[in-house]
Design a binder for this molecule. Structure first.
Ligand code: XMP
Length: 328
């Protein structure tokens, strides 16, 4: 069983055992009593976890919760604007911070998956967020770390970028703020239940997971602005074609090796996109969705036709395990 910040074991609360109203009341109380008259800060990505934390924190602290959307240059098409306007519509002001250059700088020349996660962790917590917190003097960070993040990280499967204290990282000493993690006992289905109970729209509670390292988790090798743009365009097509089937997750991955293709009668040494589409309950195990052949052909035609430089499209047919959901 994973351990929490004070070394105590974290006890999972299963979806069927979760009473959302009582849980909300308890967490609102915990947040208000910890933060007291001070302010807290949080980063909203628009995913269900950070959205629920934003809603809980806002309920507990009102305008004393300062919510930021960090535009790291690694998000999907139109995502920063969409998330900010959705929350503004719910009465939560979201400050969008343009941090694209700092993230690409941190990722320059980084190729190894775990090094990429580490570069993003550092750019996020120490540089961009660290700066915001230091400038504001705020001492509390609300964060949507969940039970699966901790479990997979502690088991050494994959280090989730938001897991800090469970790895022995003292955030107060290293970054100057304390991290509050109200969702640490819950897995995704329970968090979705909470999102509904908090009155968040389906666009939020029904939203497929999207990794913290964002599109950098979907580029094999170096995540440059150009390579992120290729995967961003392919991702848009994959989501347009497959989201209607309501898979657990669907996305594109840009491979590093190029292959020989041909276009307009000429040889083109171009990029390869891999499409993944998953059926899963909670991401611990997953199976590739049995997509109709026609759908696969349409994906290949659109991606090679609409994303410059791509000459090959493949579909992943491996289960998790031994695959993982992301490729990085
Ligand atoms: P894997 O790839 O480990 O993914 O099978 C399990 C679930 O976690 C998401 N994922 C991440 N989320 N930071 C995150 O916030 C990460 O570094 C990360 N890696 C994977 C993945 O999308 C899937 O839902």
């Amino acid at each position: 069983m994973p351990r929490g910040d004070s070394g105590m074991k974290i006890q999972e609360i299963k979806e069927e055992d979760l009473n959302p109203e009582e849980f909300i009341e308890q967490k609102v109380w915990e947040i208000s009593s910890t933060v007291g008259d001070h302010e807290a800060i949080n980063a909203l990505s628009g995913g269900v976890d950070s959205s629920v934390v934003t809603a809980l924190g806002h309920k507990a602290l009102g305008d004393r919760l300062k919510t930021y959307f960090i535009d790291n240059g690694l998000m999907r098409d139109g995502e920063p604007e969409r998330v900010a306007s959705l929350f503004e519509g719910l009465g939560v002001h979201v400050e969008v911070v343009d941090a694209k250059e700092r993230f690409f700088e941190a990722l320059r020349g980084v190729r190894d998956p775990e090094d990429k996660r580490e570069a993003i962790t550092r750019a996020f917590y120490r540089d961009v967020f660290g700066d915001l917190v230091r400038r504001s003097g705020i001492r509390y960070l609300l964060q949507g770390t969940n039970y699966t993040d901790v479990e997979e990280t502690v088991a050494g499967i994959k280090r989730q970028h938001n897991v800090l204290e469970q790895l022995g990282i003292d955030t107060e000493r290293r970054y100057g703020y304390k991290v509050l993690e109200p969702l640490i006992q819950l897995r995704k289905p329970a968090i979705r239940k909470l999102a509904r109970a908090l009155g968040l729209p389906e666009e939020i509670w029904g939203r497929p997971p999207f990794p913290g390292p964002a599109l950098a988790a979907r580029v094999i090798g170096e995540a440059t602005p150009e390579r992120i743009e290729i995967v961003r365009r392919a991702t848009r097509i994959v989501e347009e074609e497959l989201s209607g089937l309501r898979p657990f997750q669907c996305f594109a991955i840009l491979h590093e090796d190029r292959v020989t293709g041909m276009r307009a009668g000429r040889r083109e040494y171009g990029w390869q996109i891999e499409v993944r589409c998953w059926d899963s309950e909670d991401a611990t195990t997953a199976s590739p969705t049995r997509l109709p052949y026609e759908t696969l052909l349409r994906l290949a035609d659109r991606i090679t036709g609409e994303v410059p430089g791509v000459v090959s499209v493949t579909y992943n047919i491996t289960k998790k395990p031994p695959s993982t959901i992301e490729a990085v």
